[in-house]
Design a protein around this ligand. Structure first.
Ligand SMILES: NC(=O)c1ccc[n+]([C@@H]2O[C@H](COP(=O)([O-])OP(=O)(O)OC[C@H]3O[C@@H](n4cnc5c(N)ncnc54)[C@H](OP(=O)(O)O)[C@@H]3O)[C@@H](O)[C@H]2O)c1
Length: 286
């Protein structure tokens, strides 16, 4: 496994296993499969409702805790200093761990400053090894990096061949923040697995489109999170360290960028409305 080194010296694997939309009943098995295949970075969130299943897998997997890299994210409804602190300690209980490798603020809305101050204190107390944010675009990322004591170590944003985040990554590099990709496959949207440009490159390397996408991210030094509920795909997505995309391949993939999200823009007012609704729905499930 290759690693990146965060701005505080912590080593983070370049490839991880994400558990968004993995049903509670499948999650423990999927995480155990992923760890047995070789994944060490596991990415969950309070709002995925599967932290307990991830915790059971962490406990059962037989890999020493210090060899794993466990990330979770604070949901918006838990923002504000006191709520964030309590919710992170609760996440640690569910994950059956006495420390987290990385804790992120899931979304750039509501009282993310109060929430971030709680993460800073948890970091200083040694309860989390790294802190960061998710879905913070250049304006808010620069803001949170400039006006806090600790510069975030990581910013997790949608990154895939159709939405490459070139400028966002440049801005993160400038601020010393590591980029991490969610939805590297765009959750299969916009025919990404059938994209003729990606298929041709995949054919040339005798790899799948999914493997080409993960390799492209790794070569850009973007930490990639792949999710699958199928063991053979979890395995396939891990086999990306035995080939290399050429400069020409990288340039060809560069031409696929639309600069637009496949989901929604975090910078639109309508997205705030969407999250207000989502908070209400998830509150009923929490
Ligand atoms: N911070 C955030 O706001 C945020 C948002 C979304 C996601 N995330 C994180 O990022 C992780 C990855 O993103 P994601 O789960 O949204 O989407 P994704 O990884 O882009 O796509 C997952 C989809 O691709 C399919 N797939 C996986 N490997 C494949 C392969 N080799 N061949 C064909 N299809 C394949 C999966 O199907 P099967 O499962 O049926 O195999 C699933 O439908 C999440 O699990 C989560 O940890 C974070």
């Amino acid at each position: 496994m290759e690693h990146v080194v965060l701005n505080n010296g912590v080593k983070m694997p370049l490839l991880g296993f994400g558990v968004y939309q993995i049903p509670k009943e499948d999650c423990e098995r999927c995480v155990l499969d992923a760890i047995s295949i070789g994944y060490r970075l596991i990415d969950t969130a309070q709002s995925y409702f599967n932290e307990e299943a991830v915790g059971r897998a962490i406990e059962k997997c037989g890999i020493p805790r210090e060899e794993l890299f466990v990330t979770t994210k604070v949901w918006i409804d838990n923002y504000g200093y006191d709520m964030t602190r309590a919710s992170v300690l609760e996440s640690m209980r569910k994950l059956r761990t006495d420390y987290l490798d990385l804790i992120l603020l899931h979304q750039p809305f509501s009282d993310y400053y109060g929430a971030y101050h709680a993460l800073e204190d948890l970091y200083k107390e040694g309860k989390v090894r790294a802190i960061g944010v998710s879905n913070f675009y250049p304006d808010r990322l620069s803001d949170i990096a400039a006006f806090n004591e600790i510069v975030p170590q990581v910013n997790q944003v949608e990154t895939n061949p159709l939405n490459q985040q070139i400028f966002a990554q440049e801005n993160m590099v400038k601020n010393g923040v590591q980029i991490e990709a969610w939805a590297p496959f765009g959750e299969g949207r916009n025919g990404i697995f059938e994209n003729p440009v990606l298929k041709e490159i995949a054919l040339k390397h005798n790899k799948s489109v999914a493997q080409v996408i993960l390799r492209w991210l790794i070569q850009r030094k973007v930490v990639a999170l792949a999710k699958s509920i199928h063991r053979e795909r979890i395995q396939q997505n891990f086999e990306v360290f035995d080939f290399e995309l050429s400069v020409e391949d990288m340039e060809t993939i560069r031409t696929l960028d639309t600069g637009k999200s496949l989901f929604f823009s975090h910078q639109e007012a309508s997205t705030v409305d969407l999250f207000v609704e989502l908070i209400k729905k998830r509150r009923d499930l929490m």
